[in-house]
Design a binder for this molecule. Structure first.
Ligand SMILES: C[S@@+](CC[C@H](N)C(=O)[O-])C[C@H]1O[C@@H](n2cnc3c(N)ncnc32)[C@H](O)[C@@H]1O
Length: 242
């Protein structure tokens, strides 16, 4: 990703359209009361969800310990990551999302579960992988039900495409895992083509698709795909070079 000139917006399309939907009262409260404890401050570039160059975080300072780090990008309402952080207290978790109401919901659930091992970032995921996370700091990277952008003229907005690979490859440590799931067959194939061709990653499944990742909870997006008769595809790749 080349740096836009000062004052110039991003030089390539992002994988989201920011929803301006109002937050509920509980979500507003969550944001003002809980964000200081959960949401990491991010130095910005031009765009509101950007990450400034040189803005690397220090995991030991953030989580107060050295532990395996699981990062979910596009965490939505936070169901998968709250479940992960609750069931794996010895690991640290980072939710990356641009949808504020989703981050607020995640914090409410995290507070209810008294989670201390979960932090959130409101930022564009490729920039988080490229700039915010130290190289090789991530043990597991999760991408579950990314926006499908299924119209042909929009597929360039998809998160998982060749440009995504160096960012993911930089953040995930050698031997670390990249887990993906989608209910859109052609996106699943695109993910598999892109990652099979990437020297940074090795396939970690034997058949056409990986078995369902048992750490993945059923979300509205998966239910919607199933109701529409779409097959759910899981994929898992290992970062090469271990
Ligand atoms: C279809 S939803 C899936 C949410 C969740 N993973 C689930 O399975 O319920 C995709 C989410 O990814 C977020 N998203 C899309 N592009 C993103 C990006 N570049 N950076 C951060 N979040 C992104 C969207 O805001 C949306 O909440």
């Amino acid at each position: 990703m080349t740096e836009p000139a000062p004052g110039v917006f991003r030089d390539r399309p992002v994988s989201f359209v920011r929803r301006s939907g109002r937050m509920s009262e509980a979500q507003e409260r969550a944001w003002s009361e809980l964000a200081p404890a959960f949401v990491l401050p991010v130095p910005r570039d031009t765009a509101a969800t950007s990450v400034a160059r040189g803005a690397e975080l220090d995991p030991v300072a953030v989580w107060g310990r050295t532990a395996p780090l699981v990062v979910e990008i596009g965490s939505g309402q936070g169901h998968a990551i709250v479940h992960g952080a609750s069931s794996r207290p010895d690991d640290d978790f980072l939710a990356v999302e641009v949808f504020r109401a989703g981050l607020a919901r995640t914090m409410l659930d995290a507070e209810r579960a008294a989670l201390r091992n979960l932090r959130l970032v409101e930022a564009n995921a490729p920039e988080v992988l490229e700039r915010l996370l130290p190289a090789g700091s991530v043990d597991e990277l999760w991408v579950f039900f990314p926006d499908p952008w299924h119209k042909k003229k929009h597929t360039k907005r998809r998160l998982v495409q060749p440009e995504f690979v160096p960012h993911a490859g930089r953040a995930v440590r050698p031997g670390g895992m990249l887990r993906l799931a989608t209910d859109w067959e052609d996106y699943a194939r695109q993910m598999r083509d892109v990652l099979d061709a990437a020297p940074e990653f090795e396939r970690a499944f034997e058949d056409d698709w990986a078995p369902r990742f048992d750490g993945r909870v059923l979300t509205a997006f998966e239910r919607k795909g199933e109701r529409a008769g779409r097959a759910i595809r899981d994929l898992v790749y290992r970062r090469a070079g271990a």
